[in-house]
Design a protein around this ligand. Structure first.
Ligand code: GDP
Length: 503
């Protein structure tokens, strides 16, 4: 109340109105979600402190950051569907494997490095560029969900024969929001096509407020073809030049710090996760913690599948040795064995406390639903005599919810789907993800869906026939897809269907 500058009674009333609890005593403990919601209710923009991870091993500020070595920039490719993001990534990825190198197989692990040919052999200059290899909407949603996350530079792909499309505009909006910390390079793609019209695309970009270098601005544009490879060296050079201007530096020694890009169960290796290293160096045998998950690094492979013993900033490595499966988007922190184990124990204890608070939330949620049902009954009785306005209904029972359970192939895509579905709906009807998990749809998912009155989204995972049968028997809807914007459309339609008919 003090922070929000409101009287405590008003805050308490709001807490009751929102259905958080019926008796908010002065020492009632709010979860992050409710605290956020309340702050927003009072017109504030809360900042959730994800940096709590640093409490474990506070980073020591470097005495002279400018003397640190340069690190590779992290680049995300974005743009409208079919403008050639996947093709561009594939061509860049295959150029990441040095010619004649044994194996030469490239794998999708969440990121890969492309070497930079530098004229000077200076040891301090930039050696490679790291591309996140989640193309398109998934990358977009994940980045939006994590607030620009780890990306240093966005490559906006625009097809020269198609021009600016809705998702092109979304990327432009995203860039404008984060332009203080994120760079932009425009890649005008498919220039090999006879219908390519670079000039029209450039003028359209200028009209959207993208000040291109060739028109006196400071945003570089390169002309490329992901299909033929034309212009790709130019793209890499342009990215390198921009990165040098951004002056991205990181410690290359000491305990590693990074982020999980993907995680999965792999036959023969158990739990594996790709970590993108942002600081320090990760070595085989190191002790790491990510969320509530611990690993003693057993084996590391890079994006070409090569076994490596050390991973430095900008490198994405697939790490095995996890005791449990870590989550995409979580930090990874290395430390001395005893410290890591202590941190893990602390986190597990903290998590148990939060889980018991969540139980309290669940009880409150059940009470809220019961109240809603009672209110609905009363309303139904009154309905014939006094029709109510939509606004009144909302005020009394809160928005209608489409409850969703997400099952996905890897935790990266589960996160992306969750991110993409956030915010679908309005004050009257809305979507709410109640569970996000990796793996094929199982009996327990159907049971959960049935009890919670939820639907299941199966993203790039199988739904066994027996489960399909079980679901239809119990009236549980399962929607399968592996295209994120189709999932978004589907959910939008279902939420729309919850809206009351206009009288
Ligand atoms: P994404 O949806 O943005 O990932 O687009 P894709 O990479 O899947 O490409 C969509 C279509 O455009 C595919 O049929 C590609 O073969 C084609 N395509 C992509 N890049 C080029 C290019 O540079 N030139 C030509 N001619 N076709 C391209």
């Amino acid at each position: 109340a003090t922070i929000l500058k409101v009287r405590i009674e008003r805050l308490q009333r709001r807490i009751v109105d929102l259905g958080v609890t019926e008796s908010p005593s002065y020492d009632y403990v709010l979860t992050t979600d409710y605290a956020t919601l309340l702050a927003e209710e009072f017109g504030r923009q809360p900042v959730i402190d994800d940096e709590a991870a640093f409490d474990l091993f506070p980073p020591t500020p470097h005495s002279d950051p400018a003397s640190l070595p340069l690190r590779p920039p992290i680049v995300t490719i974005m743009g409208h569907v079919d403008h050639g993001k996947t093709t561009l990534l594939d061509t860049l990825r295959s150029s990441s494997v040095a010619k004649g190198e044994a194996g030469g197989i490239t794998q999708h692990i969440g990121a890969f490095s492309v070497p930079v040919q530098t004229a000077s052999s200076e040891s301090s200059s930039l050696k490679s560029i790291t591309f996140l290899d989640t193309p398109g909407h998934a990358a977009f949603s994940a980045m939006r969900a994590r607030g620009a996350g780890v990306t240093d530079i966005i490559v906006l792909v625009v097809a020269a024969d198609d021009g600016i499309m809705p998702q092109t505009r979304e990327v432009i909006e995203l860039y404008k929001k984060f332009q203080d910390t994120v760079g932009l390079v425009v890649a005008i793609n498919k220039v090999d096509k006879p219908a390519a019209d670079v000039e029209t695309v450039e003028k359209a970009l200028m009209a959207e407020g993208i000040q291109l270098e060739s028109y006196g601005g400071d945003i570089p544009a390169v002309y490329v073809s992901g299909l033929t490879g034309q212009g790709l060296p130019d793209l890499v050079e342009t990215l390198a030049a921009l990165a040098e201007m951004q002056d991205l530096r990181a410690e290359q020694t000491g305990f590693a710090f990074g982020e999980i890009l993907e995680s999965k169960v792999q036959r023969g290796l158990g739990f594996v996760a790709t970590a993108l290293i942002s600081k320090g160096s990760l070595k085989t045998g190191s002790h790491i913690v990510s969320g509530l998950h611990y690993a003693k690094v057993r084996r590391m492979t890079d994006s070409t599948g090569k076994v490596v013993s050390v991973a430095t900033p900008g490198m994405a490595v697939t790490v095995s040795g996890w005791k449990t499966l870590p989550k995409a988007g979580d930090n990874v922190i290395e430390g001395a064995e005893a410290d890591v184990k202590k941190a893990l124990a602390n986190r597990i204890r903290q998590n148990e406390i939060e889980a018991s608070l969540a139980d309290v939330d669940a009880i409150n949620e059940t009470r809220r639903v019961e109240r809603e049902l009672r209110a609905a009954e009363v309303q139904a009785k009154h309905k014939r005599s006094s029709p109510q306005s939509k606004a009144q209904v909302v005020e009394e029972s809160g928005p209608k919810e489409l409850r969703i359970i997400i099952k996905a192939d890897v935790s990266g895509s589960a996160e992306a789907v969750e991110g993409a579905l956030q915010g679908i709906g309005n004050k009257i009807a809305t979507s709410k993800v109640i569970s996000t998990r990796v793996g094929e749809v199982s009996e327990s998912d159907v049971t959960l869906a049935q009890t919670a009155d939820a639907m299941i989204i199966a993203f790039s995972v199988a739904v066994p026939r027996s489960i399909q049968h079980l679901a239809s028997q119990n009236g549980v809807q399962i929607s399968s897809s592996d295209i994120i914007y189709k999932v978004m459309d589907d959910v939008r339609n279902r939420v729309r269907a919850l809206l009351p008919p206009i009288i």
